[in-house]
Design a protein around this ligand. Structure first.
Ligand code: FAD
Length: 541
């Protein structure tokens, strides 16, 4: 029997969890130790806080995710929960701003809404769970199309994808019908108005149990599963350095945040999946500094509005009884902002945007009771377009060895600019947003561009490439160029200009990297073929 191989994973979000799952399931010789700087929020590691029905418990879990530990739960680096306007402005609940303005704050005047979550499950404990597939030029050109299809299917299984979530909602259907009347004729076949795929499991009462890192980890956190014996999660453990020797990673130096003790943990491979800012920062702090590290930062700019649905228009497609039924379903978890979600996906050349339309019975902010649309019987939609940002070396993070941040890492300065190319697409999408709003009802918040960083979908800072020409950090299997056992994961790997929510794509990229690493670690050339396919992952949910 061959020797057990230890893999150290930095970060417990959906991507670190995907690596853990595929590695442990692929080869019996791998043991995974996952390090997470933040605390575990509930008894289920990595669970979505959206599943917590009690508003106080939910608020507590969110506050625990918002920064270094102290205070009642921990000192928040985000904005206080009472001030947060969920789904509309930054910072979102459960996240903390990088440029929070206090001692040790990052500097991000041109990307002010940049945020992170620090907790078991990462941002994946707070996410909206929208998982559209990338399409056309959003795809990575050097990953073969057929392989990509299989990777996406596995990623969808890991995330418990529901392509028809809320498809039975008559309110959702009415919204689609209205949008289709306005836009349908302009859209190519198969890329028209449709439901937005989401990650979660529909419950018998019509609500959803939203997926988080817990869903991705699956049997690894099931005490009844033998696989759980080869998985260890250490929360409140900050990885300070990835240790290397020549061209190999040899382990990690970690700080136990409870005891403040520092120790070295040896590993046969290291995976860094600590988000698109803190992963490159950790590599930099570890002396691993490829030219493209931290550069080519992109996100999709967001224009957004809120609309009170027009009763007359809605009543053409849905009845009062349909509305009653919808409100009844929503009452099961009233604090969950996610309900019937529709979209118009990205298509080229005519619609290089992603439109997301989220129904809610209340607006996402306090509406003056005197406002004519207050208490609107048919409810509201938050409508937002995501646009492309072309990758440029000028946009990104610089690290300062002489100025440490609040965690003691080389501090970050983010430089970012939207060019005329982006502005033209933003202008075009904004026009369509006005059309979408006017066709659905009346504005309670008119279309506007959110500050840079608001998408929470940060990409490109550890981009993958097919040649080591200085414009990428990782090879096509997510290994840092020059290191065959140092793997990076997350949205930061995405090298293309995308308009959609990136987590599904990043999980697919992670599955590819994990299969390759599993083959490498087991020393069997054909081991990649034995990695779980979508069907076997689905069976073992
Ligand atoms: P993360 O989930 O960010 O996890 C990284 C983890 O690494 C964190 O827990 C962090 O504490 C830990 N870490 C950092 N540094 C260290 C260190 N040195 N040592 C140990 N641990 C460390 N995406 C979508 O696709 N669809 C959506 O609908 C969507 N909605 C979102 C809504 C909100 C409110 C938020 C906040 C995010 C949303 N996202 C969405 C983004 C999505 O959550 C991320 O794409 C996803 O979580 C990225 O996974 P990850 O594992 O790469 O990183």
């Amino acid at each position: 029997m061959s020797q057990t191989r230890t893999v150290a994973i930095v970060g417990s979000g959906p991507i670190g969890s995907a690596y853990a799952r595929v590695l442990v399931e692929s080869t019996p010789h791998v043991k995974v130790v996952m390090f997470e700087a933040g605390p575990q929020l509930t008894s289920v590691p990595g669970e979505s806080v959206r599943n917590i029905a009690d508003p106080d418990d939910k608020a507590r879990a969110r506050e625990m995710s918002q920064g270094p530990q102290s205070g009642r739960y921990r000192e928040s680096l985000g904005i206080p929960a009472g001030v947060v306007v969920e789904g509309m402005f930054t910072a979102r609940q459960g996240t903390h701003l990088l440029d929070f303005g206090g001692p040790g704050s990052a500097h991000a005047p041109t990307f002010p809404a940049a945020a992170a979550a620090t907790n078991v499950g990462g941002q994946g404990a707070h996410w909206t769970c929208a998982i559209p597939r990338p399409h056309g030029s959003e795809l990575i050109p050097f990953i073969p199309a057929r392989e990509w299809e299989g990777l996406i299917e596995t990623a969808e299984s890991l995330l418990h994808a529901q392509s028809a979530a809320f498809a039975d909602s008559k309110v959702g259907e009415a919204i689609r019908s209205i949008l289709d009347e306005e836009f349908g004729a302009e859209l190519p076949a198969g890329r028209g108005v449709s439901t937005l795929p989401v990650a979660g499991d529909p419950q018998p009462d019509g609500s959803m149990r939203w997926a988080g890192a817990d869903s991705v980890l699956g049997p690894l956190i099931d005490p009844e599963s033998p696989l759980a014996e080869r998985f260890e999660l250490r929360d409140l453990t900050l990885v300070r350095r990835v240790e290397t020797d020549g061209g190999r990673a040899v382990g990690v130096t970690v700080e136990d945040l409870r005891t403040k003790e520092t120790s070295f943990v040896a590993a046969d491979a290291v995976i860094v999946a600590a988000d698109a800012f803190r992963s490159p920062q950790l590599l930099w702090a570890s002396g691993i500094r490829p030219a493209a590290l931290g550069r080519y930062l992109t996100e999709h700019p967001v224009v957004i509005c809120t609309v009170a649905l027009d009763a007359k228009k809605m009543e053409r497609f849905a009845t009062e009884a349909d509305l009653e039924h919808e409100l009844e379903r929503r009452a099961h978890n009233a604090a969950d902002p996610v309900a019937a979600v529709n979209r118009i996906p990205f298509s080229e050349p005519g619609h290089p945007f992603s439109l997301q339309v989220m129904y809610a019975e209340e607006p996402p902010f306090q509406l003056d009771p005197a406002h004519p649309a207050a208490g609107n019987r048919w409810g509201y939609v938050n409508v937002g377009y995501g646009m492309r940002k072309r990758p440029r070396v000028e946009d990104g993070i610089t690290f300062d060895d002489a100025e440490l941040d609040y965690r003691g890492f080389p501090n970050m300065t983010i430089e970012y600019e939207l060019t005329d190319v982006e502005q033209a697409e933003i202008d075009e999408a904004t026009k369509r947003l006005w059309r979408a709003g006017e066709t659905l009802g009346s504005f309670v918040a008119e279309p506007r561009l959110l500050p840079n960083g608001s998408s929470l979908h940060y990409q490109g800072t550890m981009r993958m490439g097919d040649v080591d020409d200085g414009t990428s950090v990782a090879d096509p299997w997510s290994r840092v160029w020059g290191y065959d056992n140092l793997v990076v994961g997350g949205n930061a790997l995405i090298p293309t200009a995308t308009t959609m929510n990136p987590t599904l794509m990043s999980v697919a990229i992670a599955v590819r990297g994990a299969r390759r690493l599993a083959a490498q670690l087991s020393g069997e050339a054909g081991a990649a073929a034995a990695a779980p396919d979508a069907a076997s992952v689905a069976r073992s949910r």
